[in-house]
Design a binder for this molecule. Sequence first.
Ligand SMILES: Nc1nc2c(ncn2[C@@H]2O[C@H](COP(=O)(O)OP(=O)(O)OP(=O)(O)O)[C@@H](O)[C@H]2O)c(=O)[nH]1
Ligand SMILES: [Mg+2]
Length: 328
Amino acid sequence: MKKKLSTDEMVKRLLASDRRSAARLITLVENEMDDHHKVMSLVYPHTGKAMILGITGAGGAGKSTLTDHLIGKFREQGNKVGVVVVDPSSPFSGGAFLGDRIRLQSHSQDDGVYIRSMASRGYLGGLSRATYDVIRIMEAMGNEVVIVETLGAGQDEVDVIHIAHTCLVLVTPGMGDDIQAMKAGIMEIADIIVLNKADLDGADRSLRHLQGALTAGSFEEGEWMPRVVSTVSAASKPEDLQGIDELAATIAEHQAYLRKTRAIDQVKYNRVEQELGLIFKDELQKIIFKGLKGTGKKREYIESIIEQQDDPYSVVKEVLNTYLLTGE
Ligand SMILES: Nc1nc2c(ncn2[C@@H]2O[C@H](COP(=O)(O)OP(=O)(O)OP(=O)(O)O)[C@@H](O)[C@H]2O)c(=O)[nH]1
Ligand SMILES: [Mg+2]
């Protein structure tokens, strides 16, 4: 039987870009196995240099198709690329949509590309803290670019700005997308708005709409004003593809802006703040449930809520006061 590798050994191999160790470590942190915190402490010093690119948008907008092209661009620039596809509907950790496997397969033979799907476990499908961990593992693996694809179905769309340095929001022409886009407040979260499927009817109108909305928005002097880039990322003939080079150039421009103005510092600050919040939530819950364990109190509280003698907020307040503040 093969000897089980120690956590330290797996991290050592990860730092040497070993794919199998990366896969095992990701599973370990996703499932919050025993060594989870230790792994992240070992990995942490080897992170912080990668560019993290978020891609969000409605189902079927073309996120994976476009990601596939962007991977190609980053590879041409000599960067290794990690991709995290956050799949909110999959109940299986590490389970991938067949579609993503198919659409991202053009780089499957490339050692410089590492793709992993993960189930989002967060509340209401929001990005879970494991997403931050998986990104770090990919950074430590030596990927200079990490792309995070998330379905923009509400909360995820907003969460992705906290996790990414540069955030792309994909919209498609027609079906009132332009209006939906305004509703979802994408102007606030997008660094770059990508009007994908620009080959479809109504693309010109959508483009005008988006540009109009941007000009109407107020931006401070020197602040990044979101760009709109039209793309065709799937076509029967390669020469019919459009806008991919322009998109890659616009991403590079945003990166340059972040570095030049030091706006990157604020992005990093917000990112860690968000992550800490998620960890506190999880860890506090664990501490409290652990503290209640064996006391019979948890059952008492739950029953008092069911019987409407108490409400959940009052119970939480009482528990926090008793167990956390006084430590009793
Ligand atoms: N006409 C047209 N079709 C496109 C374009 N880009 C992508 N598609 C098609 O749109 C479909 C969905 O593409 P995906 O890349 O899987 O979209 P997605 O946003 O990743 O979808 P989910 O991951 O399921 O949310 C595929 O059939 C693509 O071939 C485009 O520019 N024009
Ligand atoms: Mg996809």
